[in-house]
Ligand binder design. Structure first.
Ligand SMILES: [Mg+2]
Length: 261
């Protein structure tokens, strides 16, 4: 097996669930770094700005640098800037901080949707729909990601994907999806000088994390601490990932003991 030089690590459901690190994750991250594996944290989390994510991870015990976090929010903000868009945002106030200021001298020419539970109401969705509908096809619908659901302390909860799909359905405007599992998201997250075959993605989403990364030639390791629901699969229909592990710490042991020997 090709040794692993770099690991892309998902946050929510993999390193932590809300304010709780997954079992052994804090130490495992240190062991992975000590083994010489470069790490980058790749997240579709759109509820929190990169600064807030960083603060939260440090507060629950992880050692990392802010610049090691590569999120779909950052990638989406780059997309808005490079296309000089003036979007209507369906985002939390915190996530909105990562985007450029609005231009009140012109109308909205696009809609940006992230995970924003308090904004997923008829009022906001309808305003977004009107912008898309009235532009006669010129407005863009930018999905920070199309997650179906995610795990919270209260249980499994609906993600932004169904609101993006609903807006597509009603307006006829096809969305541009920025975050995982897009190929260019994984490619741009890859540290320079590392070949995809020397990199793994560790995450709790079989398709968006693992299969997305595997499509560009990385290994995809799935953990059982987040949204992955083993009871939905039988032994013949298990996701075709590179490995399924109890938690993040178990993946790290696998990399150190079996792959990078
Ligand atoms: Mg996750």
């Amino acid at each position: 097996m090709t040794p692993i030089k770099a690991a892309l690590i998902d946050l929510s459901g993999t390193l932590h669930v809300e304010d709780q690190p997954t079992a052994g994750a804090v130490d495992a991250l240190q062991r992975l770094r000590a083994a010489g594996v470069a790490v980058k944290f790749v997240t579709n989390t759109t509820k929190e700005s990169v600064g807030s994510l960083y603060d939260r991870l440090v507060a629950i015990g992880f050692q990392l640098e802010r610049k090691e976090i590569y999120g779909s929010l950052t990638a989406a903000a780059d997309y808005v800037k490079s296309n000089a868009l003036n979007p209507y945002y369906i985002l939390t106030d915190d996530a909105r901080k990562d985007f450029p200021e609005g231009d009140s001298s012109r109308g909205h020419d696009s809609v940006v949707v992230g995970l924003a539970p308090e904004r997923f109401s008829y009022e906001y969705i309808n305003e977004a729909f009107r912008i898309l509908q009235q532009s006669k096809g010129s407005a863009r619908l930018v999905a920070i990601h199309e997650g179906k659901f995610y795990k919270t302390k209260q249980g499994i909860s609906v993600g932004p994907g169904c609101f993006v799909k609903g807006l597509e359905y009603s307006s006829g405007v096809k969305s541009v999806c920025i975050g995982k599992p897009n190929e260019y998201f994984f490619r741009s997250a890859l540290p320079s000088g590392v070949d995809p075959s020397e990199c793994c993605m560790i995450g709790d989403d079989p398709s968006d994390d693992c299969l997305g990364a595997m499509a560009v030639g990385m290994r995809g390791f799935l953990v059982e601490t987040g949204k992955y629901q083993p009871e939905l699969y039988d032994k013949d229909s298990l996701p075709k990932v590179s490995g399924i592990f109890r938690n993040f710490a178990a993946v790290v042991e696998h990399i150190i003991e079996r792959v990078n020997v």
